[in-house]
Ligand binder design. Structure first.
Ligand code: TRP
Length: 476
């Protein structure tokens, strides 16, 4: 990311900018796009969900990301510090972000572990029995022990990276494997689209049936937008704090948002046509990518095997570059605010995450404790995706809109007037009034609707936790 003195300044600036965009895109593009987006779209009725999601990405996601980058670069500090040094009363927003990071890392490595396991499974003959692929997946994730091993391995890679041991290596791997993953997704899409009956899948994904929309679908779309773009917990804010003053924030935000969204849509196009062709239910749930994609590869013979292995390597690396950013938010807090050394911070944070992940992984097979009839995996997902991220995003907007100075923000975003941003006033109105009100409405309606499916209690619990963060943040 840095400029070396031997390179001309222009060249240095350019490569540094691409470096940052790739790092931020590395955080954004992950399991959220390839694993979560397709099954969430499937469970929420397809096209209608996708159109609301796109609307939220463009209007809310873009604005919140720009806000996080601006606040991060302006303060030059990570999540907690950025709020604390400006106004101690806002510290809890940073604390809430750290808590969200911890909870997302309470289930993300479980799925990351599945991705690594699939490199192995595909290499050792999974594709030779296409009919057994579905059962093999449900058997695998419900097994109490096997997934724990892969989760442990995944978390171990995370620790290595965040300790800086192989950070150069993973960056390089990311630069090759991310474009490769993109290309493989395109190949899979083409293959899927050529199957008989595939068009019904495209229609399902892109033709909105607005009668399917209710408040829980809208909240799911909002949560998906935040999760996929890595927003609402100070992650992009922390990344923004490393961004140099001459970089164009608006352009960077646009690029990261566009890349993230195109990978998600492409993952949808790769999976739904094939699902319809195979006669599977679109609401197949979290196993979608682990069942549909291998089945498609199985139809391709030898080359399918190679592509399948590369696909799951790419998916694992995409997941790693995302979870590293999550772990980093917690680690930065422990180092900056609690005086931990880097090693102790990484080990403490990942120790807690490992415990949460064990609960999450076991809960899929029906083992371990439940709360309101919900297992740990779903609790962590519900709390973060449906409540913490959206409310966190709302609070960042309120902080920038009401606590920071309008002219200071304008200076930050336009690099002291050097970059033009004609939509500044629109963005400012959005973050000051419209987005906070919109999120509040969606959240309240979504929590209400959640009571129909036993999820409301957990979401209320989330709101109570946010309140407690506010009350006790001075002690943290
Ligand atoms: N966006 C990542 C994904 O789609 C996950 C992620 C990384 C994230 N950092 C985050 C989600 C911060 C929310 C907040 O896989």
């Amino acid at each position: 990311m840095d400029t070396t003195s031997s390179t001309p300044p222009n060249r240095g600036t350019w490569s540094s900018k691409i470096g940052f965009v790739m790092a931020a895109a590395g955080s954004a593009v992950g399991l959220g796009n390839i694993w979560k987006f397709p099954y969430t779209a499937g469970e929420n009725g397809g096209g209608a969900f996708v159109s609301i999601y796109l609307l939220f990405v463009i209007v809310i996601g873009f604005s919140v990301m720009l806000t996080e980058f601006a606040v991060g670069r302006k303060t030059g500090l990570s999540a907690v510090g950025a709020f604390k040094t400006t106004d101690r009363r806002w510290t809890f927003v940073g604390i809430l972000g750290v808590l969200s990071g911890l909870l997302i890392m309470g289930f993300y490595p479980v799925v990351g572990g599945w991705a690594i396991a699939y490199i192995y499974k595909v290499s050792t003959g999974l594709l030779s029995q296409p009919d057994a692929i579905g059962d093999s997946f449900s058997g695998f994730i419900a097994n109490p022990l096997q997934p724990l091993f892969w989760m442990g391995l995944y978390l171990f890679f995370n620790i290595l990276v965040v300790m800086r041991g192989v950070s150069g290596g993973i960056e390089k791997a990311g630069k090759v494997l991310m474009p490769l993953l993109f290309i493989i997704l395109i190949i899979v899409s083409i293959k899927g689209l050529m199957l008989p009956g595939a068009m019904a899948g495209l229609e399902f994904l892109f033709k909105p049936d607005f009668s399917k929309i209710d408040s829980s679908v809208v909240l799911a779309a909002l949560g998906q937008a935040f999760f996929s773009l890595s927003l609402g917990m100070g992650c992009m804010l922390t990344y923004g704090s490393y961004l140099r003053k001459q970089e164009n924030l608006v352009q960077t935000t646009a690029m990261v948002t566009a890349m993230d969204t195109s990978v998600a849509l492409l993952a949808g196009i790769a999976m739904f046509p094939a699902m319809f062709a195979f006669g599977m239910e679109p609401s197949a749930g979290p196993g979608l990518v682990f069942v549909v994609v291998p089945q498609l590869f199985a139809e391709m013979g030898e080359i399918g095997l190679v592509l399948a292995i590369l696909f799951f390597i790419g998916l694992s690396v995409a997941a790693l570059t995302s979870s590293v950013s999550l772990l980093e938010v917690v680690v930065a807090y422990l180092i900056d605010e609690k005086g931990f050394s880097r090693i102790t911070a990484v080990l403490t944070a990942s120790g807690v995450m490992a415990l949460l992940c064990i609960l999450a992984s076991l809960s899929i097979g029906g083992f371990g404790p439940t709360l309101f009839h919900t297992g740990a995996f779903d609790i962590f997902d519900l709390l973060t995706d449906k409540i913490f991220l959206a409310i966190g995003g709302m609070l960042v907007c309120l902080f920038a809109g009401w606590r920071l100075d309008r002219s200071e923000l304008k200076k930050e975003i336009t690099n002291d007037g050097k970059v033009s941003f004609p939509l500044f006033n629109v963005w400012y109105m959005l973050i000051k009034y419209i987005i906070p009100v919109a999120i509040a409405i969606v959240a309240i309606a979504g929590v209400k609707a959640g009571f129909d499916s036993n999820k409301g209690e957990i979401m209320i619990l989330g709101l109570i936790i946010i309140g407690l963060c506010g009350i006790f943040s001075k002690k943290l």
